[in-house]
Write a protein that binds this ligand. Structure first.
Ligand SMILES: [Fe+2]
Length: 232
Protein backbone atom coordinates (compact mmCIF):
# COMPACT_ATOMS: atom_id res chain seq x y z
CA UNK A 1 0.00 0.00 0.00
CA UNK A 2 1.17 3.54 -0.77
CA UNK A 3 0.42 6.88 0.77
CA UNK A 4 0.65 10.46 -0.45
CA UNK A 5 0.38 13.40 1.92
CA UNK A 6 -1.35 16.68 1.00
CA UNK A 7 -0.94 19.82 3.05
CA UNK A 8 -3.88 22.23 3.15
CA UNK A 9 -5.08 25.22 5.16
CA UNK A 10 -2.46 26.31 7.65
CA UNK A 11 -1.21 23.00 9.00
CA UNK A 12 -3.77 20.34 8.04
CA UNK A 13 -2.60 17.10 6.44
CA UNK A 14 -4.80 14.98 4.17
CA UNK A 15 -4.01 11.70 2.43
CA UNK A 16 -4.53 9.47 -0.51
CA UNK A 17 -3.85 5.85 0.43
CA UNK A 18 -3.62 3.69 -2.66
CA UNK A 19 -2.84 0.27 -4.05
CA UNK A 20 -2.22 -0.43 -7.74
CA UNK A 21 -5.39 1.24 -9.06
CA UNK A 22 -7.76 1.96 -6.19
CA UNK A 23 -7.44 4.70 -3.58
CA UNK A 24 -9.11 6.11 -0.50
CA UNK A 25 -9.05 9.83 0.24
CA UNK A 26 -8.78 10.45 3.98
CA UNK A 27 -9.34 13.96 5.36
CA UNK A 28 -9.15 15.15 1.78
CA UNK A 29 -8.99 18.92 2.24
CA UNK A 30 -6.60 19.68 -0.62
CA UNK A 31 -9.11 18.55 -3.24
CA UNK A 32 -7.43 19.90 -6.40
CA UNK A 33 -4.03 18.48 -5.51
CA UNK A 34 -5.59 15.12 -4.69
CA UNK A 35 -7.53 14.94 -7.95
CA UNK A 36 -4.46 15.96 -9.95
CA UNK A 37 -2.33 13.34 -8.22
CA UNK A 38 -4.98 10.65 -8.77
CA UNK A 39 -5.30 11.50 -12.44
CA UNK A 40 -1.56 11.58 -13.01
CA UNK A 41 -1.13 8.18 -11.37
CA UNK A 42 -4.25 6.68 -12.97
CA UNK A 43 -5.86 6.03 -9.60
CA UNK A 44 -9.56 5.44 -9.07
CA UNK A 45 -10.78 7.08 -5.86
CA UNK A 46 -13.02 4.36 -4.48
CA UNK A 47 -13.72 5.78 -1.02
CA UNK A 48 -13.76 9.09 0.84
CA UNK A 49 -13.55 8.96 4.62
CA UNK A 50 -12.25 10.80 7.68
CA UNK A 51 -10.25 10.18 10.82
CA UNK A 52 -13.00 12.02 12.77
CA UNK A 53 -15.79 14.43 12.04
CA UNK A 54 -14.15 17.78 12.87
CA UNK A 55 -14.85 20.30 10.14
CA UNK A 56 -11.22 20.98 9.21
CA UNK A 57 -10.89 17.28 8.31
CA UNK A 58 -14.21 16.87 6.46
CA UNK A 59 -14.15 20.17 4.53
CA UNK A 60 -13.12 18.54 1.23
CA UNK A 61 -15.59 15.62 1.32
CA UNK A 62 -18.45 17.15 -0.68
CA UNK A 63 -16.29 18.53 -3.47
CA UNK A 64 -14.38 15.30 -3.96
CA UNK A 65 -17.61 13.27 -3.89
CA UNK A 66 -19.16 15.59 -6.51
CA UNK A 67 -16.15 15.33 -8.80
CA UNK A 68 -15.60 11.54 -8.55
CA UNK A 69 -17.74 8.41 -8.23
CA UNK A 70 -16.22 7.64 -4.82
CA UNK A 71 -18.36 6.19 -2.06
CA UNK A 72 -18.51 8.14 1.20
CA UNK A 73 -17.81 6.20 4.37
CA UNK A 74 -18.87 8.08 7.50
CA UNK A 75 -16.25 7.50 10.17
CA UNK A 76 -19.06 7.07 12.72
CA UNK A 77 -20.17 3.96 10.78
CA UNK A 78 -16.76 2.29 10.77
CA UNK A 79 -16.63 -0.82 12.94
CA UNK A 80 -13.57 -1.78 15.00
CA UNK A 81 -11.35 -4.16 13.01
CA UNK A 82 -13.38 -3.51 9.85
CA UNK A 83 -11.32 -3.77 6.69
CA UNK A 84 -11.56 -1.71 3.52
CA UNK A 85 -10.12 -3.24 0.39
CA UNK A 86 -8.17 -1.46 -2.32
CA UNK A 87 -7.43 -3.82 -5.21
CA UNK A 88 -6.18 -6.92 -3.38
CA UNK A 89 -4.86 -5.08 -0.31
CA UNK A 90 -6.58 -4.18 2.96
CA UNK A 91 -6.76 -1.24 5.31
CA UNK A 92 -7.77 -2.02 8.87
CA UNK A 93 -9.85 0.31 11.04
CA UNK A 94 -8.72 0.80 14.62
CA UNK A 95 -11.17 2.58 16.90
CA UNK A 96 -9.21 5.27 18.76
CA UNK A 97 -11.70 7.41 20.70
CA UNK A 98 -10.41 10.19 22.92
CA UNK A 99 -9.81 13.30 20.82
CA UNK A 100 -13.45 12.77 19.77
CA UNK A 101 -15.76 9.80 20.32
CA UNK A 102 -15.71 9.03 16.60
CA UNK A 103 -11.91 9.11 16.09
CA UNK A 104 -10.51 6.22 14.08
CA UNK A 105 -7.05 5.27 12.86
CA UNK A 106 -6.50 3.68 9.46
CA UNK A 107 -3.81 0.99 9.41
CA UNK A 108 -2.19 -0.25 6.20
CA UNK A 109 0.93 -2.43 6.11
CA UNK A 110 3.55 -0.45 7.99
CA UNK A 111 1.81 2.89 8.39
CA UNK A 112 -1.06 4.57 10.23
CA UNK A 113 -3.24 7.55 9.42
CA UNK A 114 -3.93 8.79 12.93
CA UNK A 115 -5.82 12.08 12.47
CA UNK A 116 -5.82 14.09 15.71
CA UNK A 117 -5.23 11.09 18.00
CA UNK A 118 -1.45 10.82 17.72
CA UNK A 119 0.55 13.61 16.09
CA UNK A 120 4.21 13.71 15.19
CA UNK A 121 5.51 15.11 18.46
CA UNK A 122 2.32 15.42 20.51
CA UNK A 123 -1.23 14.09 20.90
CA UNK A 124 -4.62 15.65 20.30
CA UNK A 125 -6.80 17.43 22.83
CA UNK A 126 -9.11 15.13 24.73
CA UNK A 127 -12.36 16.76 23.60
CA UNK A 128 -14.38 13.62 24.38
CA UNK A 129 -13.62 14.10 28.08
CA UNK A 130 -12.81 10.38 28.34
CA UNK A 131 -9.13 10.50 29.29
CA UNK A 132 -8.99 6.80 30.15
CA UNK A 133 -10.44 5.95 26.74
CA UNK A 134 -7.88 8.22 25.07
CA UNK A 135 -5.10 6.49 27.04
CA UNK A 136 -6.37 3.07 25.90
CA UNK A 137 -6.44 4.25 22.29
CA UNK A 138 -2.84 5.46 22.51
CA UNK A 139 -1.78 2.21 24.18
CA UNK A 140 -3.33 0.30 21.32
CA UNK A 141 -1.28 2.26 18.78
CA UNK A 142 1.86 1.93 20.91
CA UNK A 143 1.51 -1.86 20.87
CA UNK A 144 2.15 -1.95 17.10
CA UNK A 145 5.57 -2.51 15.53
CA UNK A 146 7.97 0.28 16.48
CA UNK A 147 8.81 0.76 12.79
CA UNK A 148 5.20 1.76 12.06
CA UNK A 149 5.04 5.14 10.36
CA UNK A 150 2.75 7.84 11.72
CA UNK A 151 0.90 10.08 9.29
CA UNK A 152 -1.17 12.51 11.35
CA UNK A 153 -3.81 15.19 10.83
CA UNK A 154 -1.69 18.31 11.39
CA UNK A 155 1.87 19.50 11.21
CA UNK A 156 2.48 20.57 14.80
CA UNK A 157 6.09 19.37 14.85
CA UNK A 158 7.94 22.56 15.82
CA UNK A 159 5.41 23.72 18.44
CA UNK A 160 5.33 20.18 19.84
CA UNK A 161 9.07 20.12 20.28
CA UNK A 162 8.97 23.48 22.09
CA UNK A 163 6.54 21.88 24.53
CA UNK A 164 8.60 18.68 24.73
CA UNK A 165 11.61 20.78 25.75
CA UNK A 166 9.59 22.46 28.50
CA UNK A 167 8.45 19.09 29.86
CA UNK A 168 11.77 17.26 29.43
CA UNK A 169 14.52 19.78 28.79
CA UNK A 170 17.14 17.10 29.43
CA UNK A 171 15.86 14.82 26.62
CA UNK A 172 18.73 14.61 24.09
CA UNK A 173 16.54 13.24 21.28
CA UNK A 174 14.51 16.40 20.81
CA UNK A 175 17.22 18.28 18.86
CA UNK A 176 17.68 15.41 16.40
CA UNK A 177 13.92 15.24 15.86
CA UNK A 178 13.82 18.99 15.09
CA UNK A 179 16.76 18.61 12.71
CA UNK A 180 14.86 15.93 10.75
CA UNK A 181 11.84 18.21 10.33
CA UNK A 182 10.94 18.80 6.69
CA UNK A 183 7.62 20.60 6.07
CA UNK A 184 7.31 18.86 2.68
CA UNK A 185 6.68 15.49 4.35
CA UNK A 186 5.55 15.08 7.94
CA UNK A 187 6.17 11.53 9.07
CA UNK A 188 7.86 9.73 11.94
CA UNK A 189 7.95 6.21 13.31
CA UNK A 190 6.47 4.98 16.56
CA UNK A 191 10.05 4.48 17.69
CA UNK A 192 10.80 8.20 17.08
CA UNK A 193 7.64 9.18 18.97
CA UNK A 194 8.55 7.05 21.97
CA UNK A 195 11.84 8.98 22.17
CA UNK A 196 10.42 12.51 22.10
CA UNK A 197 6.63 12.71 22.32
CA UNK A 198 6.14 13.49 26.04
CA UNK A 199 2.53 12.29 26.15
CA UNK A 200 3.41 8.70 25.26
CA UNK A 201 6.63 8.63 27.29
CA UNK A 202 4.86 7.58 30.50
CA UNK A 203 7.02 4.43 30.68
CA UNK A 204 10.37 6.12 30.01
CA UNK A 205 12.62 6.06 33.09
CA UNK A 206 13.70 9.68 32.63
CA UNK A 207 10.05 10.80 32.39
CA UNK A 208 9.12 8.86 35.53
CA UNK A 209 12.00 10.56 37.42
CA UNK A 210 10.88 13.90 36.03
CA UNK A 211 7.32 13.33 37.35
CA UNK A 212 8.65 12.19 40.74
CA UNK A 213 10.65 15.42 41.00
CA UNK A 214 7.44 17.37 40.40
CA UNK A 215 5.64 15.27 43.04
CA UNK A 216 3.15 14.01 40.46
CA UNK A 217 1.47 10.57 40.84
CA UNK A 218 3.52 7.83 39.14
CA UNK A 219 2.22 4.55 40.59
CA UNK A 220 0.49 3.24 37.43
CA UNK A 221 0.89 3.75 33.70
CA UNK A 222 -2.39 5.61 33.55
CA UNK A 223 -1.47 7.75 36.59
CA UNK A 224 1.74 8.78 34.81
CA UNK A 225 -0.13 9.56 31.57
CA UNK A 226 -2.62 11.65 33.56
CA UNK A 227 0.26 13.39 35.37
CA UNK A 228 1.85 14.38 32.06
CA UNK A 229 -1.53 15.58 30.76
CA UNK A 230 -2.07 17.55 33.99
CA UNK A 231 1.27 19.35 33.69
CA UNK A 232 0.37 20.76 30.27
FE1 LIG B 1 -9.79 17.37 15.44
Amino acid sequence: MNIQQFRYSRDNLGYLVYSTKEAIAIDAGGVNEILTFAEKNKLFIKYVSNTHSHHDHTSGNNEILEKTSAQFIDCKQLEPDQTLSLDTENIKIIHTPGHTDDSVTFKADDFLVTGDTLFNGTIGNCFSGDLKGFFNSLKQLMSLSKETKIYSGHDYVLDSMKMAKIIEKENPNIEAYIKDYDPRLIVSTLKDELKVNPYIRFNAQSMIKNLEKRNMPTNTEYARFKSIMDIY
